[in-house]
Design a protein. Structure first.
Length: 375
């Protein structure tokens, strides 16, 4: 959000402010604009007005109104925000409709940033105008895409986050807005949050949407079906429900025999169940696909240690440490295994090293206490 605000705040350079003569005022449908309030004009429009009228005193009120909208869009914390807001609604009680459609038209005409500024202004004037929020979200989404094309990923990410936040805000205001679900489905898919993506798209199908969009959603739901199953199994295992997780994941194994993340999770589930031989088999399958996978060596070490095969455990822990030399957890695991073998010197070296790397870790502290028992 910070980069988005900064980006538009820079657009204030396109504004010029005019002050009324002392003691004078402008009447807007009974609302008096006094000489205390500076009147903003977009510079391009100001130049055009001056050329046509040749006198600032004769500047059109409509130009000032557009300047106020622009000012609010680039800087909602502007000192005279509240004054401008009152003036805008006095000028036209349907001002929100004008801002929405003018913003959309500006984007269509190629004035992309100015169009977004109008739509931003609308969201600041009325944070619950869902049509304004939706069109703003779509515009910001396209702006994010343009930054990625320009090889500016940091800005692209900031604008994408802003788009997602906007679509989520719409659903907080109106949970019956199908296009917000539709949009969020794609964003969650791109973020690899497949279950959330599925929920969004399935929710959007509950509403009256066009056949083209419906077909598109159904095709995407089919496309992410296996990813959703994987995510569900993944979450079950991480929550400590290995049986449920393995049940979810095993049907995928026949289809994706080289998906090492899948094989790793199945192995992890088996280890949690204490089925170490099955776990070892899966972890070896992982290494056949991805030979340098460090966590897999660590998991093999834990399985062998649980089976009392301490030499095999140390061999795998060592392979992991060679690839990730400052991983205190793996170093600690090897240290404990050395203790099981009665090799106090090597155990002490590993555990002290792990403690040095992270003296706050509870497991490392426990290892250190265990070492003290052998001294």
């Amino acid at each position: 959000m910070k980069s988005v605000n900064e980006y538009f705040k820079e657009k204030t350079e396109n504004l010029s402010f005019i002050e009324l003569k002392p003691g004078s005022f402008i009447d807007i449908n009974g609302y008096k604009i006094t000489d205390e309030i500076p009147l903003p004009i977009v510079i391009d429009e100001l130049i055009t007005e001056i050329k046509e009228r040749r006198a600032q005193d004769e500047l059109k009120v409509s130009s000032m109104i557009r300047g106020m909208i622009y000012t609010i869009g680039v800087d909602p914390k502007f000192k005279y925000f509240d004054d401008y807001k009152k003036i805008l609604y006095k000028y036209d009680n349907r001002i929100e409709h004008y801002i929405l459609y003018r913003g959309i038209d500006l984007i269509k005409e190629g004035s992309f940033d100015e169009g977004i500024i109008f739509l931003r202004a609308l969201t600041f004037l009325n944070s619950e105008n869902v049509n304004g929020l939706y069109n703003y979200g779509v515009a910001i989404e396209k702006k994010a895409e343009s930054f990625y094309k320009l090889k500016q990923p940091k800005k692209g990410k900031e604008f994408l986050i802003e788009a997602i936040r906007t679509f989520e805000t719409i659903l907080d205001i109106n949970p019956n807005f199908p296009m917000a679900y539709y949009k969020l489905g794609f964003h969650y898919k791109n973020m690899k949050q497949f279950k959330k993506s599925q929920i969004m798209w399935e929710k959007s199908l509950e509403f009256d949407i066009s056949e083209d969009i419906k077909e598109e959603i159904e095709a995407n739901l089919l496309d992410i079906k296996d990813d959703v199953i994987y995510e569900e199994g993944y979450n079950e295992i991480l929550r400590g429900n290995p049986k449920a997780g393995i049940k979810k994941l095993l049907p995928l194994k026949d289809k994706y025999s080289d998906w090492w993340n899948l094989l790793f999770l199945i192995g992890l589930g088996y280890r949690q169940l204490g089925e170490y031989d099955k776990a070892i088999k899966e972890f070896k399958n992982v290494l056949a696909v991805n030979p340098g996978q460090v966590d897999t060596y660590n998991e093999l070490g834990l399985c062998y240690a649980s089976l009392g095969k301490f030499e095999d455990a140390i061999e795998n822990f060592t392979k992991a440490i060679e690839r990730r030399p400052n991983d205190y957890e793996i170093i600690c695991n090897r240290g404990l295994t050395y203790l099981q073998l009665g090799d106090k010197d090597r155990a002490s070296k590993d555990i002290e090293r792990a403690y040095e790397l992270n003296p706050q870790d509870e497991i490392t502290i426990t290892c250190k206490r265990e070492l003290e028992k052998y001294k």
